[in-house]
Ligand binder design. Structure first.
Ligand SMILES: O=C(O)CCC(=O)C(=O)O
Length: 192
C-alpha cells in the first residue's frame, strides 16, 4: 500500500486497510473454486464491461434502479465474512450483499461511488495486486490518493470516503478477484 494512507489512517475519514486478512493457503483454496461461480459479464445500461460478476444476497438492478433479492451467500464465504465483520466492527449478518468480481487481464472499473442503497463497503482482494484510485472534487480540481491493494488484504469504505469520494481501479496486469461485501443503507452500526 502507498505510504500516504498507510501511516495516516485519518487522511480520508472512513477508510481502513488491513493486510493479510487471508492466509496464502486460504487464498489458494478460494482461487481454486471462485472461477466455478455463475459469473456473467458486467452489464451497465446495455453495455458489457470486461469484468464478470455474480451477486449474492442482494443484487443492484441498474435498469430498475433498485435492489432485488437473489440467492443467499454460499456457506463457503462464511469464514471470510466473519473475519472482516470482526475486523471492521460490523455486526455479523449486517453485510447482507456480496458481489464477487473477476477482473481478467486488462479489466478495470471506472470512477464511481457505490449505490446509495448500500451502506458500508468491505472489499477483499485475491490474485493480482492493484491500485485503488480515490478522488474528491475540491473547487475546480480534484483531491486524489492512490492506494495499493495487495492480495489477501481488505479495506473498509464508510463515512466520508464512502459518501464524498469516488473510487476506480485501473486495468489489472494479471487476473484478480474481489469480494465486495456491503451492508444495506439502513444499517448504521452495532446496536448500543
Ligand atoms: O474490486 C474492487 O475492490 C472494487 C470493486 C468496486 O468498486 C465495485 O464493485 O463497486
Amino acid at each position: 500500500m502507498t505510504a500516504d494512507l498507510f501511516g495516516t489512517p485519518d487522511l480520508i475519514a472512513g477508510f481502513q486497510y488491513r493486510a493479510d486478512v487471508l492466509s496464502p493457503k486460504e487464498e489458494d483454496e478460494m482461487l481454486g473454486w471462485l472461477p466455478n461461480l455463475p459469473f456473467r459479464a458486467f452489464e451497465f445500461h446495455g453495455f458489457e464491461g470486461k469484468r464478470r460478476v455474480v451477486s449474492f444476497g442482494w443484487k443492484y438492478d441498474f435498469s430498475a434502479q433498485r435492489l432485488i433479492a437473489v440467492d443467499p451467500l454460499p456457506v463457503e464465504f462464511a469464514p471470510v465474512l466473519q473475519r472482516v465483520s470482526g475486523l471492521f466492527g460490523i455486526e455479523e449478518g449486517a453485510l447482507q450483499q456480496l458481489l464477487v468480481t473477476e477482473y481478467g487481464q486488462g479489466a478495470a472499473i471506472g470512477w464511481h461511488r457505490d449505490k446509495a442503497a448500500f451502506g458500508k463497503v468491505v472489499g477483499v482482494s485475491l490474485g493480482a495486486a492493484c491500485i485503488m484510485r480515490l478522488r474528491k472534487k475540491r473547487g475546480t480540481t480534484w483531491l486524489r490518493h492512490n492506494i495499493g491493494l495487495d492480495p489477501r488484504s481488505a479495506y473498509l469504505l464508510s463515512g466520508e470516503v464512502r459518501t464524498d469520494w469516488e473510487h476506480s481501479i485501473p486495468p489489472v496486469q494479471e487476473p484478480r478477484f474481489s469480494l465486495t461485501f456491503r451492508t444495506l443503507a439502513s444499517y448504521t452500526g452495532p446496536a448500543a
